[in-house]
Design a binder for this molecule. Structure first.
Ligand code: PAF
Length: 329
């Protein structure tokens, strides 16, 4: 369980020293708000248990109980349950949003009055389009927050469980979570002075736009195909029909990326195969949403690429066909 093995809890946290203990480095806990208590939110919050973490629940009043199941731990340590108090406007180093992309602004809006208390806002979600919407919205609201965007490949899903909440998040595999500044062009006034470390479990990157586009390309192939065929990620390789569709769709997305001059570090079909292989027994997030009857994020994955294509007068016939199939399903 690499992601949950003992690790320095405050590995990138601020440090203070006191005259009586010149060489003692004592990290300050971060204060972190969490908006979106789904699989990604729960997995991330499990890294932050030694910090001050607040929930931003829909009802704006209740504490939230998180339940996490770690299948690879010893039986006695497989279940973790902990509570987050509801945020009452305390100063926050970070507000981390892990809602579905489409819900970003609706979820943030009720908390608008508290945003002056927030130093950094991180959108940690699948998909693209919502980050710029959020940057524009913050500018309209005259909230000069430092906006960050992040992506995570940590695997998890929610399932029914015998606890008072009736469900738990199952940890389904180690992944990497990275984040970088989204809107460098509109920095907050005190930008240069801020040295708040990222919340634990998240690595900083200076090229988040690039990294997000790479992930978007993979999601634009795996997610619609697994959703249409209602299959595990690995079946996109083991089933010859699905595999040929994977290759055709990867070729289509790659051609658009070439036109957009968005470089990819390796042939897309190769990358998609690697990801499908390493997550073979997982259901994609889109398929999980569809099976649970929740709205899915394809508008912010395939829909975002369709908008980019339209701008260039380029078409994405396979993507369009898959989106149509899913709308009719
Ligand atoms: O959206 C997802 O499910 C994941 O990003 C991925 C990489 C497709 C694996 O399931």
């Amino acid at each position: 369980m690499a992601a949950f093995r003992a690790r320095p809890a405050y590995n990138r946290a601020m440090t203070i020293s006191s005259p009586s203990a010149q060489n003692t480095i004592r990290p300050l806990p971060l204060s972190i708000g969490l908006l979106g208590m789904g699989a990604v939110g729960t997995l991330m919050a499990s890294h932050w248990r030694q910090h001050r973490v607040f929930a931003l629940p829909r009802d704006q009043t209740s504490a939230v109980t998180l339940n996490l199941y770690l299948p690879e731990n010893k039986p006695a340590e497989q279940t973790r349950q902990w509570q987050l108090p509801c945020w009452q406007g305390e100063p926050l180093d970070w507000l981390v949003v892990t809602t579905k992309a489409a819900d970003t602004l609706n979820a943030l809006h009720p908390w608008l009055g508290g945003l002056p208390q927030v130093k950094n806002l991180l959108l940690l979600q699948n998909g693209m389009g919502q980050q710029q919407q959020c940057a524009d919205w913050l500018a309209q609201q005259q909230r000069p927050l430092r906006l960050w965007a992040g992506i995570s490949t940590a695997g998890g899903y929610r399932r029914a469980a015998n606890n008072p909440q009736g469900s738990e998040v199952v940890y389904a595999g180690t992944g990497q979570t990275i984040a970088g500044r989204w809107a460098e062009e509109n920095p907050a006034a005190d930008d240069n002075k801020d040295s708040t470390p990222l919340p634990p479990g998240i690595e900083a990157t200076s090229d988040i736009h690039h990294r997000m586009r790479e992930k978007l390309a993979v999601n634009a192939v795996i997610n619609p195909l697994t959703a249409v065929h209602r299959c595990y990620n690995g079946e996109l390789i083991s089933n010859p029909l699905y595999h040929s569709q994977l290759q055709a769709l990867a070729t289509e997305v790659e051609a658009l990326y070439r036109q957009l001059r968005w470089p990819l570090p390796q042939p897309l079909h190769q990358r998609v195969q690697q990801v499908a292989q390493s997550t073979a027994t997982n259901r994609s997030s889109t398929l999980q949403d569809i099976l649970a009857g929740r709205p899915n994020e394809l508008e912010f994955i395939c829909g975002y690429l369709q908008q980019q294509a339209q701008r260039l007068g380029h078409t994405l016939p396979l993507t369009t066909q898959l989106m149509r199939q899913l709308m009719q399903a």
